[in-house]
Design a protein. Structure first.
Length: 276
């Protein structure tokens, strides 16, 4: 281990780590918290973001020696702390917390790589939903995720936990307004589709004609950006006016609707399948 065991839950260092749960503090510091073994493992992996410190209980060090080894191989200070200290830093630590530089990607740089699948979150306010969509985008093979300026901070602790480490797997762009994003996506050769319960096009019908869609019908086999709206009210009329087409996910049973993250996963996987 790097230091002597931290045992005082009220120490300045402990309070400084805990303060990163606040957005204003994260913005000033340019860092954020990564909690739990899965997310910390991805953060300290080779090629990951800069990690300032890794805090963990002796029990966690024994249980996850590969995380300790990966951190040390990158020169990350490994600081042991008592369970009380880790709980004070984060009640969701599961014995491990890392302080990591914030991850920001440039929209232009991302689109220069010509991604074939992009997820755009417009006005998404729930951190759990945002993180889960990012995880689904990663799993479906998306090349990037964009969160508009009005969406939740992707470095919110709940959002980070919900990504289960996927935050470190693909570029995440933040801070742009939706009209600017749509223009950039089209210029990069992507069609822009909105997931909307009132959409003219049925997702299953689009899958049936993928690769051979008739004129006026979106082709899921071509490079596509999906726009997902707010959890409560979806996409505004002015947002829908920006996209090439609105697509609804068919509801076969009696459910009134799908939640945001589930609908996003269905749409992203549909595109991923069509593009294979």
């Amino acid at each position: 281990m790097h230091d002597e065991l931290l045992t005082n839950p009220r120490a300045d260092r402990v309070r400084a780590v805990r303060s990163l749960t606040g957005r204003a503090v994260r913005r000033r510091a340019g860092t954020f918290l990564v909690e739990g073994p899965q997310a910390v493992r991805e953060a300290v992996a080779p090629g990951g973001p800069r990690v300032h410190d890794l805090y963990l209980t002796p029990e966690a060090a024994d249980r996850y020696p590969e995380i300790v080894a990966a951190a040390r191989s990158r020169g990350v200070p490994v600081r042991p702390g008592s369970p009380d200290v880790l709980d004070a830093m984060s009640p969701d630590a599961q014995g491990l917390v890392a302080v990591v530089d914030q991850v920001h990607a440039d929209l232009g740089d991302v689109l220069t790589s010509r991604p074939r699948l992009v997820a755009v979150l417009a006005h998404v306010r729930d951190p759990g939903n945002a993180g889960t969509v990012l995880r689904a985008a990663d799993a479906a093979g998306a090349g990037a995720v964009v969160l508009t300026a009005s969406s939740v901070d992707v470095h919110n602790p709940k959002a980070v936990r919900s990504t289960a480490g996927s935050l470190f797997h693909l570029p995440v762009v933040t801070g742009h307004e939706l009209p600017e994003v749509v223009v950039a996506l089209r210029a990069a050769g992507l069609q822009v589709l909105a997931a909307d319960g009132g959409g003219v096009h049925d997702l299953d019908d689009l899958l049936d004609v993928a690769g051979a869609a008739p004129p006026g019908v979106p082709d899921l086999a071509v490079p596509t950006a999906w726009v997902f709206g707010n959890e409560a009210w979806g996409l505004r009329d002015e947002d829908l006016a920006l996209v090439d087409a609105a697509v609804r996910v068919p509801l076969r049973g009696r459910a009134e609707s799908l939640n945001l993250a589930t609908a996003a996963a269905v749409c992203l996987y549909a595109s991923g399948r069509a593009q294979r």
